[in-house]
Write a protein that binds this ligand. Structure first.
Ligand code: MLC
Ligand code: AMP
Length: 515
């Protein structure tokens, strides 16, 4: 096994002058990138990174490159350039604000940080304070210092040799208690997953992917991009999801991937018709539960059965509904069967397997499963069983014929529009607001986001709180998708006999809020 980029590169078509990516949101009309452009652009960035001559840390870990930029084809080339240079990619949601970025940067200690030009002031301060040696900018319109500097570099580069176990990316995730943890994914984790999916989803020579997801998470960065690159398939690239823009591209495409919110929004547009989908081959959904209602409406409207799959930052893709008829049928309400090479088991609280149809904890092992959390050996130990299975924190059951159904989560996590929100983190921000005694953050059903974040806030003795002001303060401090859509001021929180907040009662009480 060599570098992940080299393996993806082997999938590029022989004729490198063919179009690889159509950047449809470019300000002056679409931009067309050939496979040669992708190869050369990523080589130049890799050469720039290598020219910085950054030594690995004392622990031998290659330098980290933290990236918080808007989506662009150049941002994808940056990711590929980091892989080629043998460095470690650390993508950050571009909604994160200063306090959030500060945590990631101080925890991961990147040597290089790349940010949007508009954020250079505060990001560079944070980055240099945390020991970064270089801060570059990369804008949506091919602007910024990264490309200026890379332009002077040679456009050929031999990817640095990497073994299957070598670190390729760190994805920050979970934080059921405490702060976010960096899931360490290796070249081998990512490549094995991409190869399995290429076969299981039956990628075809003429496939064309509509890429409308952000590229700072597993779904858009790995599943979608790796899939198309490894298969040498063209991408129709949208920097931002817009149902109209996706529908306009459907007649030219064969594959689409989305979180359930994307499907809900597409269904709300009258332009989604059977005719528009005539050339399509496959619609894939994941990152959050797809409601059976959405699944059925999609079938009725388009004639296509959405393929639902299940994954995590720590594991990439774990299970999938079948694509090829020989593998079975796609079943709504299930996340399909374990992917080839991946084992999934459902266990009780005592670590014994649950019988079919009985609910338990979902655990997993396989070549796709990460090696652990960045500099958190204790957390890593807690999340793996003694016999080496990773505890997903999801709760589910097997159907008699081997389909897995996810019924809930044992981790305190809200998934809103495909983004994870950790109630403990939002509560800690709320609790810092003067006049707040305590708070509880829960997720309630939402027709667009699947789940919406809401908060119940308890004032300190004598304090007057205003829900609108709390929301405004949070918006100024944390990523917008984490900010509660509604805040309730209440005299107290429901607690059980042990004094633990009964979040299930709050969820029940506000269940119909957005119905
Ligand atoms: C945006 N907003 C959200 C939100 N996204 N609120 C709750 N949940 C979300 N997901 C808020 C913003 O803060 C803002 O609030 C307002 O909505 C408009 O912002 P926007 O940026 O214009 O939103 P929009 O473009 O409509 O974004 C919605 C979305 C986006 C669904 C397109 O959230 C999205 O791309 N989601 C996909 C996430 C994803 O890729 N997940 C994969 C994780 S990988 P205000 O108040 O300021 O107006 C993973 C593993 C696996 O889980 O299995 O795949
Ligand atoms: P993340 O940490 O962002 O990678 O989110 C991973 C979590 O998303 C999983 O642990 C699941 O809880 C959830 N998830 C992913 N895919 C699905 C799915 N198809 N159905 C239900 N939940 C899902």
């Amino acid at each position: 096994m060599s570098n992940l980029y080299a393996a993806l590169r082997a999938g590029f078509p022989a004729d490198l002058d063919r179009c690889a990516i159509e950047a449809l949101d470019a300000p002056n009309g679409p931009l067309y990138y050939s496979w040669r452009d992708i190869d050369r652009g990523s080589a130049m960035i890799a050469n720039l990174l290598q020219s910085l001559e950054i030594a690995p840390g004392a622990d031998g870990v290659p330098p980290r490159v933290a990236v918080q930029v808007d989506k662009s084809v150049e941002a994808l080339m940056l990711y590929l350039g980091v892989l080629r240079a043998g460095m470690v990619y650390l993508p950050l949601n571009n909604a994160y604000q200063a306090a959030e970025v500060e945590y990631f940067v101080s925890n991961a200690e990147p040597s290089v940080v790349v940010c949007a030009p508009r954020n250079f002031g505060w990001v560079s301060r944070t980055a240099f304070n945390a020991g970064a040696q270089h801060v570059f900018t990369l804008g949506e319109e091919r602007d910024g210092t990264l490309l200026q500097r890379a332009a002077a570099q040679p456009h050929e580069q031999a990817p640095v040799a990497r073994g299957a176990g070598d670190l390729a990316a760190i994805l920050y995730t979970s934080g059921t208690t405490g702060r976010s943890k960096g899931a360490m994914l290796s070249h081998g984790n990512l490549l094995s997953n991409a190869q399995v999916l290429q076969d299981y989803w039956d990628w075809q020579p003429g496939d064309v992917l509509i890429h409308a997801l952000p590229i700072f998470h597993v779904h858009g960065l790995f599943v979608a991009s790796h899939g198309a690159l490894l298969n040498g398939s063209r991408m129709l690239w949208l920097n931002k999801f817009d149902p109209r823009a996706v529908i306009a591209q459907l007649p030219r495409a064969t594959v689409f991937m989305g979180v359930p919110t994307l499907y809900v929004r597409l269904l709300a547009d009258a332009g989604l018709t059977r005719e528009a989908c005539a050339r399509m081959r496959l619609f894939i959904s994941g990152s959050a539960p797809l409601l059976i209602d959405t699944f059925t409406q999609w079938q009725e409207r388009t004639g296509f059965t959405i393929l639902e799959r299940y994954g995590m930052s720590e594991t990439a893709m774990l299970s999938s509904n079948p694509c090829k008829p020989a593998d079975g049928t796609r079943r709504g309400g299930t996340v399909g069967k374990p992917l080839p090479g991946t084992d999934i088991r459902v266990m009780d609280d005592d670590g014994q397997p649950r019988p079919v149809n009985e609910i338990g904890h979902i655990q997993v092992r396989g070549p796709n499963v990460f090696s652990g959390y960045w500099r958190m050996p204790e957390k890593t130990k807690e999340e793996f069983t003694a016999d080496g299975w990773f505890k997903t924190g999801d709760v589910g059951k097997y159907e008699p014929d081997g389909y897995l159904v996810i019924v809930g989560r044992s981790k305190d996590l809200i998934i809103s529009g495909g983004y994870n929100v950790y109630p403990a983190e939002v509560e800690s921000f709320i609790n810092e607001i003067p006049g707040v005694a305590e708070s509880a953050v829960v997720g309630v059903p939402h027709p667009d986001f699947g789940e919406a974040v809401i908060a119940v806030v308890i004032p300190a003795a004598g304090a007057q709180l205003n829900a609108t002001e709390i929301i405004a303060r949070l918006k100024a401090g944390i990523a917008g998708f984490k900010v509660p859509k509604q805040v309730f001021i209440s005299p107290e929180l429901p607690r059980n006999a042990m004094g633990k907040v009964q979040k299930n009662l709050l969820r029940e009480q506000h269940r119909a809020l957005f119905a």
